[in-house]
Ligand binder design. Structure first.
Ligand SMILES: [Zn+2]
Ligand SMILES: [Zn+2]
Length: 400
């Protein structure tokens, strides 16, 4: 017998899932080899839908929120006992894969660098277990969502009637987490992931001859002041006990090699991270003031466009406690980590948590490589663990 991670756990759900591990690893590596970006998950959706049919779920619905798929499993007890929604994201990232596993990406410039290939596989494994055993009363909805990486695929499913057609009473999702030990579960009874907004700023000056600056309005000098002014907003306008980030990650002006041309305009884009609505309001208001007043002080003009992207991911306490209890039973007390430092990363499962109570938890991979790294590879050993926690949540919440 090989000594795998799953062998270290004695829980019956893991024992029921682990015998199919070779098949799940094959699915995960097939998805890894064929990454698709947000709303392009046509092949992935087919793999998911075919597997759900093969695993005996009761209904499979395609095209929910464009490329999303929903599976439905009814329990063996009375159907009126409620419903649970489990979410997995399916999309890959626009990154060129650098590692060379035999199942490396076959698509140039695209790779599964966030482990969503593993999330999808774990939910499929949970689906098979739940369809085979049906030790719950009520309904399970399996939400395979497109476009988590900045495309708001969860919102697309909701706008397509997700909760009217497949009405879960509570929703759950996980994310593989390299900095936790393999098979560990981590979560909070509140904040997990930050809200994110994006903005783009244009600064309009007056172009002209570099030798005659008095006839120009230089947008680069204005931008230099504005950039530093923006970086004073978080430390000077937020309480030291609040969290926020304003990041400027792209700036563009002028023509390279054009030695004596003052450019006409300049563009900057960036992002804002926050947890509390009050913080979001302060950051947006001050950003606007610093940009507009800063440009005016140079006789230039600023135009800021600001767009709310993902709300923060905040667990509801009762559902978080349910995950804690299930995780303790499955992976053991010593592998459950509570009161984690919330991440300033973002996650569009937050849109589902605005509609329904629920919880989002981290599942450790023990991987030395961080998420979104060009050498990232999901740890297949945790497939039975993540699948078992998903299935355990259903059996606990929909107990007869
Ligand atoms: Zn990601
Ligand atoms: Zn991710």
């Amino acid at each position: 017998m090989s000594n795998t991670l799953a062998d270290q756990f004695s829980h019956p759900i893991i024992a029921a899932i682990a015998p199919f591990q070779a098949e799940y690893v094959a699915i995960r590596r097939d998805l890894h080899a064929h990454p698709e970006l947000g709303f392009e998950e046509v092949r992935t959706a087919n793999v998911v839908a075919d597997a759900l049919v093969r695993f005996g779920v009761d209904e499979v619905h395609r095209g929910v929120g464009r490329t999303g798929v929903v599976g439905v499993i009814r329990g063996s007890g009375p159907p009126g006992n409620g419903a649970v929604g489990l979410r997995a994201d399916m999309d890959a990232l626009p990154i060129q894969e650098e590692a060379q596993p035999p199942y490396r990406s076959t698509v140039p410039g695209k790779m599964h660098g966030c482990g969503h290939d593993g999330h999808t596989t774990m939910l499929l494994a949970a689906a098979r277990y739940l369809a085979q055993t049906r030790r719950f009363n009520g309904t399970v909805y399996l939400y395979f969502q497109p476009g988590e990486e900045g495309h708001a695929g969860a919102r697309a499913m909701i706008e397509d009637g997700l909760f009217e057609r497949f009405p879960a009473d509570a929703v759950y999702a996980l994310h593989n987490w390299p900095s936790l030990p393999a098979g560990a579960v981590g979560l909070n009874r509140g904040s997990m992931m930050a809200g994110i907004d994006r903005f783009s700023l244009r600064i309009f000056g007056r172009g002209g001859h570099g030798g005659h600056p008095q006839h120009t309005i230089d947008p680069i000098t204005a931008a230099a002041q504005i950039v530093m002014g923006i970086q004073s907003i978080v430390p000077r306008n937020l309480s030291p006990f609040d969290s926020g980030v304003i990041g400027l990650h792209h700036i563009e002006a002028g023509t390279k090699g054009a030695l004596s041309i003052v450019p006409d305009s300049l563009s900057i884009s960036g992002m804002v991270k926050w947890y509390r609505r009050e913080v979001q309001e302060v950051l947006e208001r001050r950003l606007r003031q610093v940009c507009e007043n800063g440009a005016a002080s140079f006789d230039a003009r600023a135009e800021l466009s600001y767009e709310a992207l993902y709300p923060p991911t905040v667990n509801s306490p009762d559902e978080a406690r349910l995950v804690e209890n299930v995780a303790r039973a499955i992976v053991g007390e010593e592998r459950v980590f509570l009161d984690l430092e919330p991440s300033m990363g973002s996650e569009d499962f937050s849109f589902m948590l605005l509609e329904r109570p629920g919880a989002y938890f981290r599942l450790g991979t023990g991987n030395p490589t961080p998420l979104h790294n060009p050498s990232y590879d999901f740890n297949d050993e945790i497939i039975p663990v993540g699948a078992a926690v998903f299935a355990g949540i259903v059996e606990e919440q929909l107990r007869g």
